[in-house]
Write a protein that binds this ligand. Structure first.
Ligand code: ADP
Ligand code: ZN
Ligand code: ZN
Length: 820
């Protein structure tokens, strides 16, 4: 009987697509296997088989599957369930989810661009067709698969490309990640069989007649500290050749003789010896042990537990113990972090304990590496612990037992664009439930939603109020900059008090962190004569001036502009900058503290992981004395010589137009304050503000999370916000401002007819045009106990009714469920 497959394609289209299996296929593909299928006139895609059946679809001509790529599924049943949940809950398609879930190397399509790997050396002769493809590609920088197909004259080359990808003969080109290329150094080490002292002694004796080689080998042993260390130090090839005055030829001979070997090591990666050097766990102190036991106990009754522990209370140590226990029970663990920023320090701590059992899944890693981890998770040799960012919830797990969501309050867990606009913390809780696994949420400043769930018994709640080793929480001193400005006692961004504290800290050889939550030099430029403000041509937003690049950039679409020679309004030639970005702070600090080493950490200085790691390493080692940064520096970093933290401007955070702005401001300030303090000494936080009377300022000073949360909860209840109401934003976008307006009003009216006063708007969002698209927003507020499924069904129906109308056909409509 003819067989068919329903396939999920990585396209933003609803539903599955049905294809026929060619008659010659005898081994039916399993659900979760990838297939290549034609789509549209000339394109093809890699899709995922959802199910196999014999119901011939009616009403259209059915196309055939080109080829089947896998024998075994690359998705497990729980992944399918997660995809379904995500597309239902976040009102998007499974294709959207598929796109986000799979690394590029697993979803080849005709438009995928591939590049030749110049370092590829074949272990064996390649099949003729693969060799030809590789030859073609080696002549060009890059080709799309369609072009490769044309040039080779072969049909349907995807399976060939896949095989070459597996051999790492070629790579999928990653436009966005082009800048990331791990820097490597060539190093030298003893070959496996040459490590024994006995062997070395005999061998060195035998080298009497080859003094150059003998010298080189002895030098290696000296540099690597062979005699003393259990784990020899890594030795750079360059350094070895230089200090032994040896030639490459001499080294080559020793390599040929299998005594030394040469290897590449990524700069910034963990040193090899660390990987072997597994240490045992740190014992927990009494408070930590109590918290640990309470968590274990809570897991017996509840699936989710919130660990609310002040900064530096040793939450990470507790996680490590829980992970170890899960592994002993042969369970897998997923450890989620909000972003790359945090991974460096935590990676090192976990690697020391779990070494080869730990896999790291990271959006800034090369795609090939992510594909490798994916495949490894499907094999019998999968990682026991995955440390990863948002997208690691998509990895296949065979036996997930525990999920840890570190810094659970972080809003970067929510994906903004494109769909699926999912919250990784919430998705992780759902994923864990599919496995019967437990989820631990950890943070010093819980999200108001999680806190609410915890105090109302939906989650367990465990608190840890003391810092490890009783280091005191920092003293927070507010400084009234409104008053200082009025009295003209402040120039630039620094109050006299903060300057004094900084000076004294530097004299004591201590370090300083300055927090300014804005990158660039100035958030706005202005004509000195007439007040004209340069704006982005594509977005309704003023341009940020970047001094280092000497240009203005739009932080919404990325467009860059030259500084205008004259004001287009009055032809005045003087522009002045308004407001402070991190770059301007850096300038001022350099002027105020000449000769003091300063580093800046924001999106602009951390484009690559290497740059990021260097900033942290230099600050850790004390090379840098003052670190200036955006919210990036507020996150879980642990430095032990920081005595002063300056929060330069709290008002922008407090006045941001969003119902979460107070919560966010508290979290940011409390987190960045948490970076201050060292052994035996209390740290100091200087909090500059124009709103001395603001409740949040007071709560940060007294470290009173509970008061903040209770106050917020009361407001949220009063004004109908989460967790009492569920929010869904409906976005409409179009190049045509009038049309989008008209549609927004019409759609809001239809929705009001169904949902009554649960519909607000339409409104213009604060930035109402981005990348030439005009945006309107309709807000839906649903009681949290009401049926969301029902509401979503109605929303989808109204959307369909709207999009059926000819005039609105080209409009973009999408949803943001639980917006952040
Ligand atoms: P948190 O995650 O709560 O911010 P950390 O786990 O990073 O706290 O702990 C803060 C510091 O104290 C780290 O440098 C950590 O190594 C150290 N520390 C915490 N608990 C212990 C412990 N039980 N044994 C040894 N060191 C610890
Ligand atoms: Zn002007
Ligand atoms: Zn723009």
């Amino acid at each position: 009987m003819k067989k068919y497959v329903d396939v999920i394609l990585p396209l933003p289209l609803p539903g599955c697509f049905t294809y026929a299996l060619p008659d010659e296929v005898t081994n039916l593909p399993l659900p979760g296997v990838r297939v290549v299928v034609p789509f549209g006139k000339k394109k093809y895609y890699t899709g995922i088989v959802r199910n196999v059946h014999s119901n011939a679809p009616e009403g259209y001509e059915i196309k055939e599957v080109f080829s089947i790529l896998d024998e075994q599924p690359i998705l497990l049943p729980q992944q399918f369930k997660l995809w379904e949940w995500l597309s239902d809950y976040y009102l998007c398609t499974q294709g959207d989810v598929c796109k986000a879930a799979l690394p590029s190397g697993l979803k080849l399509e005709s438009e995928t661009v591939v590049v030749y790997n110049p370092d590829f050396e074949a272990d064996e002769v390649l099949p003729e067709k693969e060799q030809k493809i590789l030859d073609l590609l080696s002549r060009e920088e890059e080709l799309t698969i369609t072009k490769l197909e044309k040039q080779s004259g072969y049909k349907h080359i995807l399976p060939l490309v896949k095989s070459l990808l597996n051999k790492e003969a070629l790579f999928v080109k990653e436009e966005l990640r082009k800048s990331y290329k791990p820097k490597t150094e060539t190093k030298v080490r003893l070959a496996e069989k040459a490590t024994s002292p006995m062997f070395l002694k005999i061998f060195i004796d035998a080298l009497k007649r080859a003094p150059k080689q003998q010298e080189l080998l002895l030098k290696y042993l000296e540099l690597s500290n062979y005699a003393e260390a259990t784990y020899p130090k890594e030795v750079l090839k360059k350094e070895l050749l230089k200090s032994a005055s040896a030639t490459q030829a001499a080294l080559n001979v020793l390599v040929e003789k299998n005594v030394l070997e040469v290897y590449q090591s990524e700069v910034g990666r963990l040193e090899k010896h660390l990987e072997n050097h597994v240490t045992s766990l740190n014992p927990l102190n009494r408070n930590q042990q109590c918290a640990h036991d309470e968590i274990v106990c809570s897991f017996e009754k509840k699936n989710v537990c919130l660990l609310h522990g002040v900064t530096s209370s040793g939450k990470t140590e507790i996680y490590i113990h829980l992970i170890e226990e899960a592994i002993r029970q042969k369970k897998q663990v997923l450890y989620l972090l909000p972003e790359i920023a945090l991974t460096t320090q935590i990676t090192e701590r976990l690697k020391r304990v779990f070494s080869a059992k730990l896999g790291i899944y990271h959006s800034k890693f090369p795609d090939a590496e992510r594909v490798e981890i994916w495949q490894k998770q499907l094999s019998d040799d999968s990682y026991a612990v995955i440390l990863g960012v948002r997208s690691s919830i998509f990895l296949p797990f065979k036996n997930l037992g525990l999920v840890i969501v570190d810094e659970e309050h972080e809003n970067t867990y929510k994906q903004q664009d494109p769909a699926p606009r999912y919250h990784a913390r919430n998705a992780a809780i759902v994923l864990a439930s599919f496995y019967g696994a437990k989820t631990l949420l950890g943070t010093a400043t819980p999200s108001v939603e999680s806190y609410y769930n915890a105090i109302h018994g939906k989650y367990g709640l465990v608190e840890l109020k003391e810092r490890y080793q009783d280091i005191k929480l920092p003293e927070v001193v507010p400084v009234d900059i409104k008053e200082l400005r009025r009295k003209r006692r402040i120039v630039g961004a620094f109050s006299p008090y903060l300057l004094k504290q900084m000076r004294e800290a530097l004299e004591r050889q201590e370090q300083i962190i300055l927090f300014q939550n804005r990158r660039g030099f100035a958030p706005m430029m202005e004509c000195k004569t007439c007040g004209w403000v340069p704006k982005c041509q594509h977005c309704d937003v003023s341009l940020t001036y970047h001094k280092e690049l000497n240009q203005m950039t739009c932080h919404y679409c990325g467009a860059a502009y030259q500084l205008p020679k004259a004001c287009p309004a009055c032809e005045g030639t003087e522009l002045r900058s308004k407001g402070y970005g991190t770059e301007k702070i850096e300038d001022e600090v350099k002027e105020l503290f000449p000769g003091v080493t300063v580093a800046r950490m924001d999106l602009d200085t951390t484009r690559s992981r290497v740059a990021y790691e260097k900033i942290i390493a230099d600050f850790e080692s004390g090379k840098t004395k003052i670190l200036i940064g955006t919210q990036m520096i507020s996150k879980g970093l642990d430095f032990d010589n920081v005595s002063v933290v300056g929060i330069l401007d709290s008002d922008t955070m407090l006045n941001y137009p969003d119902f979460r702005s107070h919560e966010r401001a508290y979290q940011l300030m409390a987190q960045v304050s948490g970076r201050a303090g060292r052994k035996n000494k209390q740290g100091l936080v200087v909090l500059q503000t124009r709103s001395m009377e603001h409740a949040i300022i007071h709560q940060v000073m007294t470290n009173d999370y509970e008061q903040m949360a209770e106050h917020e909860l009361a407001e949220r209840q009063l004004f109908k916000y989460p967790p009492f109401y569920r929010l869904i934003y409906v976005y409409l976008k179009s190049r045509n401002a009038e049309l989008v307006n008209q549609m927004a009003y019409e759609m809001a009216a239809r929705l009001q007819a169904i949902f009554n006063n649960r519909i607000l708007g339409p409104d213009k969002p604060p930035v109402a045009r981005v990348q030439t698209l005009h945006i309107r927003k309709i807000m839906v507020k649903i009681e949290s106990e009401a049926s969301v499924a029902n509401a979503k069904e109605l929303l989808r129906r109204v959307q369909q009714e709207m999009l059926c109308q000819e005039q609105y056909k080209s409009m973009i409509v999408y949803y943001d469920v639980d917006p952040m």
